[in-house]
Design a protein around this ligand. Structure first.
Ligand SMILES: Nc1ncnc2c1ncn2[C@@H]1O[C@H](COP(=O)(O)OP(=O)(O)O)[C@@H](O)[C@H]1O
Ligand SMILES: [Mg+2]
Length: 353
């Protein structure tokens, strides 16, 4: 399959009087056409900054200092601000966690929806007004006329989320970046947003970068998963492989920290210890202080790069967890020297052809 977006060795630094925070420290990602890539990791691991870098929106005092971001082969780090504006919305749509903040507080909803349509399609102003109302209706928003005349602060977070999503959907971008799109929503709206994202992929082959810390959402949505730790990707695999055979001790810890996959509260629980301060990263594996498998080779070697361990499964670790024990009988007779099998994804990942 074609890579629609490739992020290669991305480094983003934030400069302050306290030093240089290496928020993104060598991220590699590839998004394949018509698939959902989940980017998972603890808070502060660099997920949002990676997404902002792809969009050309890293805020001051941050700067991309190294790497390439290729959209169909075009390096976005060399693109002009005009080209990036064109790309945002038209080619890469976004749905952010805080939809209320992502909308302009000073403009009524109607103007914002219409502006998106006018900027990225050849519609007339009159058509855009009509289309805006249709779009909200399609989102199941009651009384769209009234909503269109309101300002973001007058609406609930869930309503703002629906409006952002309707803008993202209407422009039918090839790629959608969804950064924690459901974390502030109640269960019903959450399911609704996820279903709409799935529908986009199914009907239009949209590629989705889904940032989340909810492994339940990953299991339901993702074709592939990239696990990020301290600003770099430490494991990448297809979803079923990652759930069955997590190889990086950090990924393993994420599953261990999970109460139960079918629990209502499925967010990742923090595991013991914490990630290093991004201003103090050294050229070594950043997981060493928390790692149950760290040995001398880890402490004396530069940071491990991603390495292929089985078909399409990459891990950045010298002592990855091996799953030969999987062949052992599953019923109660698991060898105690090995960690128990991770929970099966539930509900099962859905792969719409
Ligand atoms: N505006 C900012 N100014 C300074 N540092 C920032 C800023 N935004 C992010 N960072 C740094 O980047 C790191 C990664 O942040 P972020 O990408 O938002 O994490 P995530 O989305 O995974 O929770 C943070 O730990 C912080 O050190
Ligand atoms: Mg974030």
């Amino acid at each position: 399959m074609e890579d629609i977006i490739r992020v290669e060795n991305l480094h983003v630094h934030f400069y302050s009087k306290d030093g240089v925070a290496k928020a993104v420290n060598g991220v590699n990602l590839s998004l394949q056409e018509n698939s959902v890539l989940a980017l998972v990791g603890e808070s502060g691991s660099g997920k949002t900054v990676t997404a902002l870098a792809i969009l050309g929106l890293v805020p001051f005092p941050g700067r991309v200092v190294e790497g390439r971001i290729l959209l169909n082969g075009e390096n976005l780090l060399d693109s002009s601000p005009e080209r990036l504006r064109e790309i945002r919305g038209k080619e890469i749509g976004t749905v952010f966690q805080d939809a209320q903040a992502a909308l302009n507080p000073r403009l009524p909803i109607a103007i914002q929806v219409e502006e998106a349509l006018l900027a990225h399609t050849s519609m007339t102003k009159r058509d855009a007004r009509i289309r805006a109302e249709e779009m909200l209706t399609e989102m199941g928003i009651p009384d769209p006329q009234r909503i269109l005349n309101q300002y973001p602060f007058q609406l609930s977070g869930g309503m703002c989320q629906r409006i952002m999503l309707s803008i993202a959907l209407a422009l039918r971008p090839k790629v959608i970046i969804a950064d924690e799109p459901t974390s502030n929503l109640d269960m019903t709206l959450q399911a609704w947003v996820l279903e709409h994202l799935r529908q986009l992929k199914r009907e239009y082959g949209t590629t989705i970068l889904l940032i989340t810390h909810d492994m339940g959402v990953v299991a339901q949505m993702a074709d592939h998963v990239a696990v990020i730790y301290s600003g770099s990707v430490v494991e990448y695999a297809d979803t079923i492989t990652l759930f069955k055979r997590p190889a990086h001790p950090y990924t393993w810890g994420l599953f261990q920290a999970l109460p139960r996959l079918d629990d209502v509260e499925r967010s990742l629980m923090p595991m013991r210890g914490r990630a290093p301060d991004p201003t103090e990263l050294k050229d070594e594996c950043p997981f060493i202080p928390r790692c149950p498998k760290a040995t001398n080779i880890c402490r004396t070697s530069p940071k491990p790069a991603l390495r292929l361990i089985e078909d399409q499964h990459y891990v950045a670790c010298f002592n990855e967890i091996r799953h030969d024990w999987e062949a052992a009988p599953a019923s109660g007779s698991r060898r105690t020297t090995q960690p128990p099998a991770p929970p099966e994804p539930d509900p099962r990942p859905t792969h719409h052809a």
